[in-house]
Design a protein around this ligand. Structure first.
Ligand code: ADP
Ligand code: MN
Ligand code: MN
Ligand code: MN
Length: 333
């Protein structure tokens, strides 16, 4: 019997324009909760070399499904040495907004699309040229259409073992592109869990020599981009259709602000083709996959439910996106 366990401290770095995940391991005595820790911020674009210490504050912990046993994954916020939030820390401002509007009981479900790469090519793509044009890949089956399912299954199992609320998976329109869904959960919870699920995906694919990219347009040309459709509801929306429409209208009033924060490279993905609406316009509609915001068919029938913001890119920071949606929608109620 070991008297210790391994705690994998996971945090979000200061990489520009898109932050990345980092992690390192701390051996902790059994019975103790993982304490505050630190790291060298000069190696993560979070500090200058002469004053390099940054603080890791554990905020969300779950079982480590990779190491197993008593080992833990520990998601952290990055703080400055005076214990105030680091400028790269987008979770702290989300917590403030989530608390301010807690009475509206916001739920989010995020569809995370991503693409497997082996070296410089999408997994399973030919050495020369391209696979057959997009058609049979979405929710496909068979070795000629589906690449990387083993990793996808292992990732789904790992999320369940960790107690994370993964809602499902599917193969996407472009070969080697996949999606998992997380939620519905509150804004802070869904974002914490999405970052954890991303870390697990990278970690599991790493063992197979495969990388997963969140690039919103991983292959130029006539290939689908990768998004992070963000479904959400307030308590009122779950009870009334008028509240769903009101939320869609509110989002339109802040279109430019949202586009500016929905992932670097959004102009390449939201072209008006490939099931998107151009980033230059805002429209919402029932069942419309060419709209910025879609009201699902079932919601129009039930006259209540949730709406889907289709604009966010795969590479979003969910702390930023859930904060903006919560603020834009709830401040107008
Ligand atoms: P799509 O048809 O766009 O592919 P998905 O089934 O992939 O939709 O994802 C739908 C998401 O919506 C799921 O993550 C689910 O958890 C979420 N969701 C369902 N109901 C609600 C709700 N009332 N509020 C917020 N999110 C919801
Ligand atoms: Mn989906
Ligand atoms: Mn999808
Ligand atoms: Mn969707």
């Amino acid at each position: 019997m070991s008297s210790h366990f391994k705690a994998e401290y996971i945090w979000i770095d200061g990489a520009v324009p898109t932050a990345k995940l980092r992690s390192k391991t701390k051996i902790v005595e059994k019975g103790q909760t993982p304490p505050i820790w630190g790291f060298d911020g000069s190696s993560t674009n979070q500090a200058a070399g002469h004053q390099s210490d940054c603080v890791l504050k554990p905020v969300f912990t779950c079982p480590d499904p990779i190491r197993g046993g008593d080992d833990l994954l520990v998601l952290c916020e990055v703080l400055l040495p005076d214990m105030t939030p680091h400028p790269s820390n987008t979770r702290a401002p989300l917590v403030e907004v989530a608390n301010k509007y807690a009475s509206h009981e916001m739920w989010f479900g995020i569809e995370q699309e991503y693409t497997f790469f082996e070296g410089i090519r999408p997994l399973g793509w030919p050495d020369n040229g391209f696979p057959a044009p997009q058609f049979g890949y979405y929710c496909g089956v068979g070795a000629d259409e589906v690449f990387g399912r083993g990793i996808v299954e292992d990732h789904m199992d790992a999320c369940l073992m960790a107690g994370l609320k993964i809602a499902g998976i599917n193969a996407e329109v472009m070969p080697a592109q996949w999606e998992f869904q997380v939620g519905p959960l509150g804004p802070v919870e869904v974002s914490d869990q999405l970052w954890m699920m991303r870390w697990l995906l990278y970690r599991i694919a790493e063992d197979q020599g495969v990388s997963a990219t969140l690039s919103p347009k991983p292959v130029k040309g006539d290939w689908n981009g990768a998004g992070a459709h963000t479904n959400f509801s307030t308590k009122a929306m779950r009870e009334s259709y008028a509240a769903c429409e009101k939320a869609a209208q509110s989002l339109g009033e802040e279109h430019a602000l949202h586009i500016a924060n929905y992932g670097t490279g959004i102009e390449e993905r939201l072209t008006g083709k490939h099931e998107t609406c151009s980033f230059k316009e805002y429209k919402y509609g029932v069942s419309d996959r060419g709209a910025s915001v879609r009201i699902p068919w079932q919601v129009a029938v039930d006259k209540k439910g949730y709406i889907e913001d289709r604009r966010p890119c795969a590479n979003i920071d969910p702390y930023v996106v859930t904060r903006l949606i919560t603020n834009t929608v709830c401040s107008r109620l």
